[in-house]
Design a protein around this ligand. Structure first.
Ligand SMILES: C[S@@+](CC[C@H](N)C(=O)[O-])C[C@H]1O[C@@H](n2cnc3c(N)ncnc32)[C@H](O)[C@@H]1O
Length: 273
């Protein structure tokens, strides 16, 4: 599914400014799974990152592959990805999950970060992944959604958690049915591959200010959809709580706190036979 909220130069610019990159613990868990059974004569040659955005997930395991292709349906995200690119082995191309730019049996790893819930029908994606993967190659799906805040004195910490949880719940409530698998940690997402492994133990933590975290929310498709539907900004709706936060003696525009997102991972392998 291509979504209009992903389109546009501004969307790509905001994405690149406010969306987090993934932690090293995620790279480690993907590579451990991949190497467990990847045949020794099929080293880490080619990796595809499908729905790569402006590069947030690309850095995850790119240094460990000979070549990486980041694929995204949005031309602006791809242009931004190229502009930000720091890896010599990474190429960014415009494309969709329905037609991956690789030959049959040529890819060691396909990754898909916080994106698969947009792919419809998902079976077409799985079929394409099976076509391009080498036998024993892996598909690694991962995503984050809900978060929690720590690191501030109790009342302020509590008020910030309450404020951003309210924003999250409001926009999540409006989400299309297909997207809701994300809020359930992909619990009900089927993956028709071998050795399927699901886990929620990887954590991503970033130190942010209020404005940075609000900026992150503004990049969300669901935030924009809510704004279009109700002509109202969820980040400005809860005035009383906002004032409570702004009047707290521990709060200023420079106050930083830790935002932690649990990452849901699902890994699977193309059978060797
Ligand atoms: C939430 S972003 C994830 C970006 C990045 N992978 C990350 O982990 O932050 C979802 C991305 O999927 C892309 N996308 C949506 N539909 C797509 C499709 N049909 N084929 C390829 N990419 C698609 C969007 O353009 C957007 O950049």
């Amino acid at each position: 599914m291509e979504n209009s909220h992903f389109k546009g130069e501004n969307a790509a610019k905001n994405y690149s400014s406010f969306r987090p990159s993934y932690p090293e613990s995620l790279s480690k868990s993907i590579l451990e799974f991949l190497d467990e059974k990847l045949p020794k004569d099929l080293p880490r040659k080619l990796e595809l990152d499908v729905g790569c955005g402006s590069g947030q997930s690309v850095g995850c395991v790119a240094p460990f592959f000979e070549k990486v292709i980041g694929i995204d349906v949005s031309e602006d995200q791809i242009l931004k990805g190229r502009e930000n690119n720091v890896f010599k082995n990474v190429e960014y191309v415009v494309g969709t999950f329905k037609e991956l730019p690789a030959e049959d049996n040529s890819v060691s790893l396909v990754i898909c970060g916080t994106t698969i819930h947009w792919f419809n029908p998902i079976e077409e994606f799985y079929a394409e992944v099976k076509r391009v993967l080498v036998p024993g190659g892996c598909l690694a799906i991962f995503a984050y959604s809900k978060s929690f805040i720590t690191g501030l004195p109790k009342p302020l910490n509590h008020h910030l958690n309450l404020f951003f949880t309210n924003v999250f719940n409001k926009i999540a409530y409006e989400a299309p049915k297909e997207i809701k698998i994300l809020f359930d940690n992909y619990h009900n997402l089927e993956m028709p591959f071998e050795d399927v492994t699901k886990d929620n133990s990887v954590m991503m933590t970033k130190e942010l200010t209020f404005d940075k975290f609000a900026g992150f929310y503004k990049t969300k498709t669901l935030y924009k959809a809510y704004k279009d539907k109700y002509h109202s900004d969820t980040l400005e709706e809860n005035r009383t709580l906002l004032e409570e936060i702004q009047n707290d003696k521990h709060f200023s525009n420079d106050t930083t706190f830790e935002v932690t997102w649990p990452i849901s991972t699902i890994y699977g392998r193309k059978c060797k036979g």
